[in-house]
Write a protein that binds this ligand. Sequence first.
Ligand code: ZN
Length: 152
Amino acid sequence: MRKNKRRYRQKLTKLKVISKTIQLSSKGQDDVIDITKQVSNIVKDSNIENGTVTIFVVGSTAAVTTIEYEPGLINDFPEMLSRIIPKNIEYEHDNTWHDGNGHSHVRASLVGPSLTVPIINGKLTLGTWQQIVLLEMDTRPRNRNLILQIMS
Ligand code: ZN
């Protein structure tokens, strides 16, 4: 029992954490940016064989998810969001701040700010037709910081 505990503690102290930032500029609302290459390059450079990478966008009007990055879907996905969270209805957020992006905040919260991808044998375990994307939902072009945290 005691031996197991000690071994467990040793494992915990060996936890490796690498944090990196990707900076990019969006064109504004409905911009879908493929960040797969940047993420996989950072994972490659980390020399981590097995672990996870978390991709987190800083800010409450953008989101991170995966999609097949092809011209149809990069229109279909924002279209879907505009059907379930329309721009032209009343948002209390706009009454508070008058910045006209209540729908952007709600869309971003629904999709979520982060994604975790398992790394196995030094590679992201993505499907061939599965890309990691940043979804810009704000009404104007924004500079975005994406935090990558690799743990193993
Ligand atoms: Zn706002």
